[in-house]
Design a protein around this ligand. Structure first.
Ligand SMILES: [Zn+2]
Ligand SMILES: [Zn+2]
Length: 139
């Protein structure tokens, strides 16, 4: 299985050779700010599978886990592209919205649900974690 993706302006694009190791929605406060109020939707891929071109901007912060998270956006249009944890450089976490349709991926897990807004409705089919879930293993 392979995937492709593009930002809103087309300056950044990606080709991804393999299937994701996890597809999750994240309700942490940082994601709420990025997503404009709700959860972010993310597919975690093996870094080795990813070919990325185009101008990226990035910013980093120290998460409560103690790891540094770096978020990458298109330097031109600001579309969120991927995030990476200092503890797990073997993975790149792409925003589902960046991927070209039909990608056929859907979240199977909801994380940081303790931080979700009161109005948010969780899909009861999803495996839910109140905070950080265990790290997925590489393929
Ligand atoms: Zn762009
Ligand atoms: Zn988050």
């Amino acid at each position: 299985m392979s995937h492709s993706g593009e930002c809103n302006c087309g300056a950044v694009s990606a080709r991804i050779a393999g299937a994701p190791v996890a597809v999750r929605q994240c309700w942490c406060r940082q994601c709420q700010k990025l997503a404009g109020g709700g959860a972010s939707y993310n597919a975690m891929f093996n870094t080795d599978d990813v070919e990325l071109t185009g101008p990226l901007a990035s910013w980093s912060y120290v998460a409560r886990s103690g790891n540094t998270l770096t978020m990458h956006t298109c330097a031109n249009c600001g579309t969120p592209v991927y995030a990476q944890s200092s503890a797990r450089p073997q993975f790149m976490t792409f925003r589902l919205g960046f991927l070209d349709e039909p990608h056929g991926l859907a979240p199977t897990m909801a994380i940081w649900t303790d931080e979700k807004p009161e109005w948010a409705v969780l899909d009861s089919d999803l495996e839910a974690f109140p905070a950080q879930p265990p790290a997925p293993s590489s393929r």
